[in-house]
Ligand binder design. Structure first.
Ligand code: MG
Length: 435
């Protein structure tokens, strides 16, 4: 926090207004003494960490509040709005504290506030585990499986390059691989931008724009090319990245049925999620949606209204472990599986929380993987390692993830490059497309 922002008010001071404390006695004298955000970018991706300190020397918790595209806003939300609500309180009443943070803003369930709440929530669970001397998984009732199977992303400029990359991942132990390929134009998701001499729409105002007709023709060819190389030795996934209309999503799903995808990811944008049930009903290909959900409420509706086979939220963007474990329970009751979003903009703390959900929930389906760099491992000692495609949470108390602030300071954040990328995703007519 900058000195200027500190001087503007007293956000770090506890509010002692009568009636502000919870109307029940705390179990013991432990109190929250500090709440602050730290932003670091060891992989060039801004990660927002929240540290909650307590009155017990050495006892603190770490949470992930990463909204990498708008990290300044989340950091201010934590430091200037939430800290004063929490300092002086007993850290064990997690649900009450999160409800207080949530309701006190009156308006709620946006990406900024839920990421901020996640930073607090995950830090409080970390403290609870450390106090108990247990990993958070045991606080949730313990494991129902030994480890979580993961998928990783293979991409290339051509079908052959994608197939070769997928083959490398299979040799490294992955059994589940998401395949993406470049398209002429800047907007192909998950693969390098390609600019062919003419684009796919020569003469159009933006000939290198993302061409949905080309994409719909190309994607089944991508599946065929990769199956030709890898056969049935791996499960194949594909991320649409929210770019299709409901009818286009049905066309895509029907066109890849013969390749038996594990799932199609984010076929529709959040604005059209009410149409998911008809897409899901039109094809046997499993539908996985949810990384853009900004609340557990929105995600729960997808589950209960029959819109998804896999619910795949970003844990910090729906508010942390407290809402995520409830969502997993709803999914379990509806025969829907989980596939928590976990790329490089989920910090190692969030990745640990995802792995905890994976091994403790009967609803688990599959886990997105990210292989963290040495720099990230230095900043976050204890970062989980994926072995042969499998991930397991730490047995250390809490999340088992540390945070080296001196190392973090060597990787200062800058504004996310997502803004630039999003500005370049346009159709042949020049119109912006949800990236
Ligand atoms: Mg995705």
């Amino acid at each position: 926090m900058s000195p200027a922002r500190l001087a503007a008010g007293s956000p770090a001071e506890p509010d002692t207004t009568p009636g502000f404390a919870a109307p029940w006695p705390a179990r013991d004298g432990l109190r929250i003494t500090g709440v602050r955000s730290i932003v670091t970018a060891p992989e060039g991706i801004p990660l927002v960490v929240v540290r909650v300190d307590t009155s017990e020397p050495g006892l603190f918790g770490l949470g992930c509040a990463t909204f990498t595209q708008r990290w300044h806003a989340v950091a201010a939300y934590v430091d200037e709005h939430l800290a004063r609500l929490l300092i002086g309180r007993y850290p064990g009443d997690i649900e009450d504290l999160i409800r207080l943070c949530r309701f006190s803003g009156y308006w709620r369930d946006g990406a900024v506030d839920n990421n901020a709440l996640s930073g607090i929530d995950l830090a409080l669970w970390d403290i609870a585990g450390k106090r108990a001397g247990m990993p958070v998984a045991e606080l949730l009732g313990g494991r129902v499986r030994a480890a979580a199977d993961t998928y990783l992303h293979a991409s290339g400029r051509t079908f052959a390059e994608t197939a070769a990359h997928a083959e490398e991942l299979r040799e490294a132990g992955w059994r589940n691989i998401r395949i993406q390929v470049s398209q002429p134009g800047r907007g192909g998701y998950g693969a390098a931008a390609l600019e062919s001499p003419l684009g796919t729409r020569a003469g159009a105002p933006n000939p290198h724009g993302w061409d949905v007709a080309h994409y719909l023709r190309q994607t089944p060819q991508l599946f065929r090319a990769v199956r030709d190389v890898l056969g049935d030795s791996v499960e194949l996934l594909h991320d649409v990245h929210s770019r299709l209309t409901p009818k286009q999503a049905v066309m895509l799903a029907r066109s890849v049925e013969e390749f038996a995808p594990y799932f199609l990811e984010d076929v529709l944008a959040p604005e059209h999620w009410d149409r998911l049930p008809e897409v899901r009903a039109a094809s046997p290909v499993p539908i996985a949606v949810g990384e853009l959900a900004t609340s557990a409420t929105a995600a729960t509706r997808m589950v209960t209204q029959g819109g998804v086979d896999f619910i795949r939220c970003h844990i910090s963007t729906i508010g942390g472990l407290t809402p995520a474990r409830k969502l997993a329970a709803v999914a379990e009751a509806h025969g829907v599986q989980t596939a928590w979003h976990s790329p490089g903009d989920a910090s190692p703390i969030a990745a640990a929380a995802n792995a905890t959900l994976d091994v403790t929930s009967p609803a688990f389906g599959i886990q997105e993987a990210h292989v963290f760099s040495d720099a990230a491992r230095e900043v976050f000692p204890g970062t989980l390692t994926i072995e042969g495609g499998w991930i397991t949470p730490s047995d250390a108390p809490g999340w088992g993830i540390g945070f080296d602030e001196a190392a973090a300071a060597r990787f200062p954040p800058s504004l996310s490059l997502h803004d630039v990328w999003a500005a370049s995703v346009r159709g042949p007519d020049g119109g912006l497309i949800a990236p």
